[in-house]
Structures are given as C-alpha cells and as structure tokens.
Design a protein around this ligand. Sequence first.
Ligand code: ARG
Length: 563
Amino acid sequence: MELVKTYAEEIALELNGWVELDEIMNLIEQPKFDKQGDLAFPCFALAKAMKESPAKIAEQLATRISNPHFERVIAEGPYVNCFYNKSFVSAEVMRDILHQQSDYGASAFGQTQTVTLDFSSPNIAKPFSMGHLRSTVIGNSLALISEKCGYKAIRINHLGDWGTQFGKLITAYKLWGSEQEVKDAPISELLKLYVKFHQEVGNNPELESEARLWFKKLEDGNPEAQKLWKWFRDESLQEFAKIYSLLDIGFDSNDGESFYNDKMDEVVKLLRAKQLLVESNGAEVVDLSDYSLPPFLIKKRDGATLYGTRDLAAALYRKRNYQFDQSFYVVGQEQTLHFKQLSLVLEKLGYDWPQDMKHVSFGFILKNGRKMSTRKGGVVLLEHVIQQAIDLAENNIAEKNSALPDKRAVAKMVGIGAIIFHDLKNDRQNNIEFSLADMLKFEGATGPYVQYTHARACSILTKSSFEPDQLEPAGLNDEHSWPIIKLLLAFPEVIVKSFDYTEPSQIAKYLIFLAQEFNSYYAHVKILNEDIEQEGRVALVQAVAIVLKEGLRLLGIKAPEKM
Ligand code: ARG
C-alpha cells in the first residue's frame, strides 16, 4: 500500500497536479506476471484527456520518474511499469518491523472513534453452544482488529438472562428441582428441568399459565422469583467464566437482556408517540409491510416484552452511553431478519445512526455435515470439547518434541489456538466442519502449523549470534526472500481489509501464506551461513516472527516460542 502511494506520488508530481492522487492510486495495477513489474500505471484515461497516444504518455512518464524504491521504470505500450529495488525496499520494511515490533501494521483511521461489539451473548441456564463459540471467537478478534486500527473497542456480552423461559424454569424447579443437583452441575441440571417442563406441558397445559405468572412476578420484582433467577444466573455465569478463562477473553460489560427490564417503557413510549405501535391479535407490533417484512413484536398479549424490545432498548442505551461510531452484532445468520427489523424500527423512530449498526453474521458449525448442537442427546459441554483439544495437542507435542518443558502450558495454547484458527480461517458466512483431529494437525492450513512456524523462527533466532534488537540489516535481493518481503509489506493493508469486511479470515489466510513462504525459504536457504548477507537473513526471520505473532494475537491466539 505504502509503495503504491509512493509510486502514485511520483506520477502525480510529473503530472503537475493534473490528476488527483487518489485517482492515480485507483488506476495503479499489480500485474500478474513478474516481468511486467511490481506496479503498472495504465495511461488510457490520461490519453483521452490529453489527446495524445497512451504509449507516448507512458514513454514520457517512464523517463522522468526516479525514486530509490524503484530500480527500473519503463514504458511498455500504454503502461508505465515499475520494478522495485529489492534491496532498498526489503531493508526498509525489515527496519520498520524491527523498530515498531508488535505495533507494525497499526493504523490511526479509527482514532477518537468508538466501536461497540456485541458478541458471545450465551443464554443463561442453557449450555454454551457452538454458535456462541463462533460469536465469541469472531467478536474477540474483531475487537482486537478494531483496536489495531485505532478504535476504542467496547466488548459487550449481551447475556440471554431474561424472558419467559425463566418463568418456565422457576416453575419446573419448584416442582421437580433439587438445590444440591443444581449446585453440582448447574447447566445440565437446569437444562434437564427446562426439557422436562416441555415434556410435561403436553399433559398439563396449566403449567404454561403457571410459568407466565412466574415471569410476570419476576418482571415485577417479586423477591422469591428474583432470588431463584439470580441464583440460576450466577451458577450459569460461573460455568461460562471457565470457558472465557480458557479462551482468555474478557468483556467491558455483561449487561444482558435483564439489564433493560426497566428501560423498555421508554421504548414503548417513543414508539407510541410516533404512532408506530399497532395491535395484532392482542399483541403490539411495529408494522414493516412497507419493507415487505413481517411485523416486529414489541409486547405480547399478556403485556410481556420480548427479545426485540430489549434489543431496541439496548441500541438506544449504547448510542447514549458509549456514543458509538460503529456498532457490531456478532450473531448467527439465523437472526438476519431480526437485525434487519431492528435497524428499520430505529430508523422509523427517526434516528440516523442505525446505518452504523452492522449484523456480523456467520454460518453453522457442522459435525459430519450436520448442524452441531450442544443440546441434543445429552449435554456435550463445550468446556469438555476444549479440554479434549488440549489433551490431543499434548499428545501431538509429546510425539514431536518429547523434551519440551512445560508441555501442558504449550498444549493449552496450541489446543485452543487450533479451535480458534479453524473457525477464523474461513469466510465467516461459511459453515464449518468441526473435526478436532484435522484442526490439530501440524501441517496444512491450521493454527498449530502457523504456531509451529513461529516457534521455528524463534529457535533460529536463539541460535544466531546477533542480538535481535541491534540488527541493522542491509537489504536482501534474492529470489527466495522476495515473496516474504512482499507479504510483510502487505500486512498493514490486510489488517485494514479485515476491519473493512469484518473478516478475521483475511488475517488467518495471510498467516498461512506467510508461514508457507517462510518454510519454503527455510528449506532453500542456509540462514545462519557465515556470509555478508547473514544479518539480513536473520533480520528477515525476526521480522517474520514478529508478524506471525502479531497476526495470531489479532485472532486471539497465543504464539509459544517453543513447541
Ligand atoms: N442470546 C442470543 C442467542 O443466543 C444472542 C444475543 C445476540 N445479541 C443481541 N443483542 N441480540 O440467540
């Protein structure tokens, strides 16, 4: 990116301000074939305006441009092709990276702006599902990427801790529950009660109204209802905390749906004042037929509010409280309609900021081609899945490097890194197949592969006689290092793209390329050979280690130095 700008500036200078810099930058191409140079500027548009032949203009420009970054600038037909000065460019990028260290790739365009990220958001008294895992991992990475771009990131865990299901849960607990059993295994016990409620309600419809009553009591602050609800919530949160601690992920706010219980009157009033509330079968809804969408439910027939009502209150609260410039909702594809409706209702209320809200949606996790559920067939707790990944990683490590000290700590980084990388390496809209064996492989497009490459780079550095922070590399201009240099140059741009598309996969894919190029370098070049270019090669290894580590960090993955 930077070099495109340098090239564009040279051209702009020659054109004497005739064409805007941005326009020139947009015209510059990156040729497919090396012999056409690293950058190419087509002269067709200029030719039209100047009433000259494109080839002639190319000719003139080529002879006049000179810059130490470019070794050769030549006209080829209507194009001005420029070839990088490999030594100069490589020395510069390596110096940048060694100097900036983990700051390399940061940008400032988000400075003074805030982005709120609503992610993870599991439901109380239910297992932490695979979908919530995806949301957690994608949201966490997007928060880190936003910060890298200068934004202030506010991480919000919008817990599903309110709603009619709590009426059902309280009813079930009072009929069939045992305090000790809930304490021993809160999530599976509460889930059992919830399931039993739904089995029994077929025979005994009374239960339904009993549950409604309990939720009403809860909404109205009845002490018994409150106490049970709070207990279920605390127990669930403790279970979730284990997962967050394994993943090393935290939040600025755990304000879930219950937080908005006393903030929904305002929403209802606003809607009423704008005459947006209409009655439908006794319920109150916002009509969205002008958008050919189903109505958005605000109040049920019994007066109870809903998920959507609470999301309206939450959006208003967040705008007011955090003054977000952008607001991301990292939630599965199945809620696309909900978030469309949410934005439209806020627009109908007259706000212009719903355009800054974005539903960052994603596909399912599949097992053998079928949607994977942590609910069906007994409870497979996510925590156990993660532990299993760590165990498998430990086996793999023991096989590869039995002398490694502190294997368990490394296995934790690798096992968890494998799960996260496996999720983030695909475009988020894709469904992903969950296979622990595949994601833990040390070869192929996996987290362990990238981590292993990083560890390999670290081990070369410990063997070298240079002090990493005193490296003053001259450039490299051999064919093996050049693909790596080009990738290192691209890192800042990749980060911006991953933010613009809210796609951590951009970074994950980049890391695979970088790791592959580095491993091929390692296979072809004797890095620690005592010759004049040794320092340059060591600097390259150092730069690669820095970028791999920082790239992994942006995905939420740790990079052990040995594995
Ligand atoms: N708890 C919800 C669920 O599991 C996700 C909440 C997403 N965030 C939001 N603001 N609606 O489906």
